[in-house]
Design a protein around this ligand. Sequence first.
Ligand code: JFZ
Length: 442
Amino acid sequence: KAQQPVPLRYGAQYTGMRTDEAMQQWRSHRFGQFIHWGLYAIPGGVWNGKTYNYAAEFLKSSARIPTATWDSLMYQFNPREFDARAWAKMAKQMGARYMTITTKHHEGFCLWPTKFTDFNISNTPFRRDILKELVDAYNAEGIDVNFYYSVLDWHHPDWRYDIKSPEDSVAFRRFLDFAGNQLKELATNYPTVKAFWFDGTWDSSIKKNGWWTLEAEQMLKSVRPGMIVNSRLRADDFGKRHFDSNNQLMGDYESGYERRLPNPVKDLQVTKWDWEACMTVPENQWGYHRDWTVSHVKSPLELLEMLVHATSMGGNFLLNFGPDGNGGFRNEERHIAQFIGKWMEKNGPVIWDCGYAGWEKQDWGYFTRKNGSAHVNMIVFNKPVSGLLKVKVKGDVKILSAKAGGKAYRVEEIAKNEYFIHFTDRKMTEPRVIVLETAKAS
Ligand code: JFZ
């Protein structure tokens, strides 16, 4: 028998996907650039001559550095090479349609001149409002800017991991006011911000204050109609996160896929909601780390395949970059951006605006489709020795043609709803796109 829904005050606010223009735009972007930048970029994973292999943005915690010592890095933050317009051009060339920047990571340092703490960019030797320069430069390239915000704050004296005493609740209440003020300040002073990417909301203190996560979501949406927030912000009345106690997605999109992607056969449930996966280039480094030999560094092709994979399942792909303490990108990151950008220049239309095609995944690669289109894109990563690419269509459709650029490939119907595309003459040096033209069968 059907279960009665649990009454919730702070659960999901609606069911199904948002269909408004702001959300459609967010969804159509598909490819975003994530940027982790803060004081941790200065030591870059190395403290007192010792290299810490764990995530560079966690160095304060891994090397057990006292808060006062860490915070004094602020007086060294002077990224002379920083050039917002060059960053934006690189993102544009890569094919990214949005960028998400860490306004404040766990360390608590703020990249904008906030009124609510002195621990911010205006007290560095650099002084300039980095956030404003980035928003202006990316927007000028036609790229939307979104704000990452860590609620967890290693600097703020009122932060609590848990609420164990009346004193804790008083302090944490002050902390939540501080965070709410900062969020309102960000949404007000940077009016083109499209979305907030919340992080650092997994501790008991937040889970016991689910009301605040809903209040923050609603406040941002009232300041900026159309605002988008990720599921990671949210906790319900019972401290359940991402999905509420009735298993409904909270926030506007699911953001739990971190450094992994849904399985293209088993996890098709994700095609029912909006989602975004975020990805690092090394195994687990978000901020700048001097030594990338500590783990496997993904190749441009691996990352490009992940972008296609995410698109094929109706998700966005947010690829992380960690600029160094001078404001420059490492060569590996530049190379990745260039490589993906070259492919996107030709093939962007099978990514942007595209999503799940509704057809069964095949071993050669991925399908994508623009919503409602009669054209289905095949993105071929693995060419079989036979050169025969199997396609199983869904429903009453026929494949009329298979084309790559000007060239047509033979389409052979081998069984009901099953085809071979004869891709025999091609030597592949990069993922190849074949566009299938379909028509209703009857
Ligand atoms: C968090 C941060 O701690 C990290 O520094 C980075 O900013 C990343 C994007 O987010 O790390 C997480 C967050 C969530 C999970 C794992 C690591 N998770 O849900 O598995």
